[in-house]
Design a protein around this ligand. Structure first.
Ligand SMILES: NC(=O)c1ccc[n+]([C@@H]2O[C@H](COP(=O)([O-])OP(=O)(O)OC[C@H]3O[C@@H](n4cnc5c(N)ncnc54)[C@H](O)[C@@H]3O)[C@@H](O)[C@H]2O)c1
Ligand SMILES: [Zn+2]
Length: 277
């Protein structure tokens, strides 16, 4: 079979190759890559949720562009700060990190639609907002945890996000034992869950197509996981350019929701499974 270079996607005929030459749009190339891939991983960051109204950290309008007294946001969302100044932590957290009314945007919805149509798609997210699950995706690895889950540090009792947002105490308190409640979110100075690391690395090393989207790829160890990719097609969709663009087969500098809206799911499915499976 012939390949359409430089993207390495198979073309069935000369006519098809010519049609690519004529209308060589990024959405079209992306669609063909998806169709050619059995296993897909979508590796996302805060930029995937900005179109839902949740600010990211490092854009010009992001959380890091503002000042909080003499403290940086990194300091505030660290474990030592949470332990020493839980009131200040929760005041920042409730205002800047809880967006209970946020709804899945076109990116979340398209990924869920792809899964529904039969695509084997795993989402590895650095986000903590739970929007992929709200959209209907079922294979979601939350590297940095989720604001949706919260636990009493003393007795382990679980609490939902509404309790944490609305509890009248400045630091939400367990109604059983009075203990401090901690969100199941990975703070700076804390380690990622081993099972999540393993699941993410396995998914990335076994997939045929890796889509990296809406992430500045500076938060480690998460950003390092994409190095395990060995498959055929890699794409980055990010508003700003980065040093990673040159290592990907396709780089798209558009809003991820706007770009994915152009994708027709029915054209992305249908690759025959290998006979051994
Ligand atoms: N929604 C959330 O859950 C949320 C929000 C803010 C921060 N965080 C946490 O903060 C850390 C920040 O690292 P990060 O790399 O994920 O985010 P980041 O803020 O460092 O980078 C976001 C990137 O996304 C790009 N971007 C913004 N909007 C976009 C859009 N609509 N389409 C495409 N690209 C867009 C920006 O140009 C930027 O490069 C993560 O670990 C995450 O846990 C999470
Ligand atoms: Zn308790």
């Amino acid at each position: 079979m012939e390949l359409y270079e430089p993207y390495g996607i198979p073309v069935a005929s000369k006519a098809e190759k010519e049609s690519f030459d004529r209308a060589n749009t990024k959405a079209m190339i992306f669609t063909r890559m998806l169709k050619d891939s059995e296993k897909v991983v979508f590796f996302g960051g805060a930029g995937v949720s900005t179109e839902s109204g949740i600010p990211d950290f490092r854009s010009a309008t992001g959380v890091y562009s503002q000042k909080y007294g003499n403290r940086s946001p990194e300091q505030i969302v660290s474990r030592s700060f949470f332990d020493s100044f839980p009131r200040e932590f929760y005041s920042f957290y409730r205002e800047k990190m809880l967006f209970l009314d946020a709804k899945p945007n076109a990116a979340h919805l398209k990924l869920a639609e792809l899964e529904k149509a039969g695509k084997d798609i795993t989402i590895v997210t650095q986000n903590i907002d739970g929007l992929h699950q709200k959209a209907g995706s079922s294979k979601v690895i939350e590297l940095h945890g989720s604001v949706m889950r919260n636990r009493c540090m003393k007795c382990g009792q679980e609490y939902n996000v509404n309790f944490v947002a609305n509890d009248r105490n400045p630091v939400p308190e367990c109604s059983l034992c009075g203990g401090k409640i901690k969100p199941d979110v990975v703070l700076y100075e804390e380690s990622l869950d081993e099972k999540n690391i393993e699941a993410a690395v396995t998914a990335i090393s076994e997939c045929d197509m890796l889509i990296v989207a809406g992430t500045s790829l500076v938060v480690y160890p998460a950003a390092g996981f994409i190095r395990y990719f060995r498959g055929a097609h890699s794409v980055i969709i990010n508003l700003s350019q980065s040093g990673h663009d040159q290592f990907m087969d396709l780089a798209v500098h558009e809003k991820v929701g706007e770009f994915l809206s152009q994708i027709d799911v029915s054209e992305c499915v249908g690759k025959k499974k290998k006979s051994a499976e």
